[in-house]
Ligand binder design. Structure first.
Ligand SMILES: [Zn+2]
Length: 265
């Protein structure tokens, strides 16, 4: 697409970019919701303006923002291509349904994102090294590739790598990207579905469970939450090593453990 010919708010077919559902020049290729969102913000909001989820819903229809987690995913995509859009979590002066447009990034609806992505896209080599360094596990929840999540035997974790320091902050510092800024994350932790609006009942339930933990577990949980990473115990590390032994070696190990614990289960 020739971006310079499409600088305005109106797409080649005469429709505002944010109202498009099909990509210009294609028969039925969907015009992504992130593109519509980016175009609407670009042409309807000034730098420093505040917008709310309801406002987006009125402007773009309920399917584009749907639940708050859908909107959060879309905003995350924009943030990954240079948009700076703090929410109340980043900025205490905003209320829980408000966002501030602090910086406009790539013109996502014009495919400018490809350039922006390229700048921070890790090579296959970096990806491999990061995952190897982190022991082949998500550093946030501890799940390994293809392992199922607790209580969900049919799930299979997929590993990816994510930034420790958000790309937007790295950019604003003009810092170079390097392997230390990447960490292994599973797809779920990389894209967390987090409640955007406080739910006192849910908080009370979590707090009740936290209260039942002993002191050592409370300290461990505290450090995990503060670092947004879980550490792995010696037992976890031995389990990781044992898991990659051959079938025969595992049988031998099971035999040894049965004998040395005096148990048969
Ligand atoms: Zn995870």
């Amino acid at each position: 697409m020739d971006a310079s010919a499409n600088d305005g708010p109106i797409a080649p077919d005469g429709t505002p970019w944010w109202e498009l559902t099909v990509q210009p020049g294609t028969r039925n290729k969907t015009f992504g919701q992130e593109r519509r969102l980016a175009a609407w913000l670009w042409f309807n909001k000034e730098i420093g303006d505040i917008f709310t989820m309801n406002e987006l819903r009125d402007a773009l229809g309920s399917d584009i923002v749907g639940k708050s987690e859908h909107l959060n995913r879309r905003l995350r995509t924009l943030r990954s291509v240079g948009w700076i859009i703090p929410s109340y979590k980043d900025d205490g002066s905003l209320s829980s349904d408000e966002y501030r447009l602090q910086e406009k990034g790539a013109r996502y609806w014009l495919d400018e994102d490809r350039q922006a992505h390229k700048r921070f896209a890790p090579s296959a080599r970096v990806r491999r090294d990061v995952i190897e360094r982190d022991g082949g596990r998500c550093v946030v929840c501890g799940t390994a590739a293809r392992e199922s999540y607790p209580g969900e035997p049919d799930s299979k974790a997929r590993l990816t790598i994510g930034h420790r320091v958000p790309q937007e902050r790295l950019r604003s510092r003009g810092a170079a990207d390097n392997i230390d800024n990447w960490r292994t994350e599973c797809a779920r932790c990389n894209e967390p579905v987090r409640a955007e609006v406080p739910d006192p009942q849910q908080y009370d339930e979590v707090l009740a469970q936290v209260r039942r933990l002993n002191r050592v577990n409370k300290q461990t949980l505290l450090s995990w939450l503060q670092r947004a990473e879980r550490t792995r115990s010696e037992l976890d590390r031995v389990y990781d090593l044992a898991r990659i032994l051959t079938h025969k070696e595992q049988e031998d190990l099971i035999g040894y453990l049965k004998t040395s614990t005096g148990g048969s289960s």
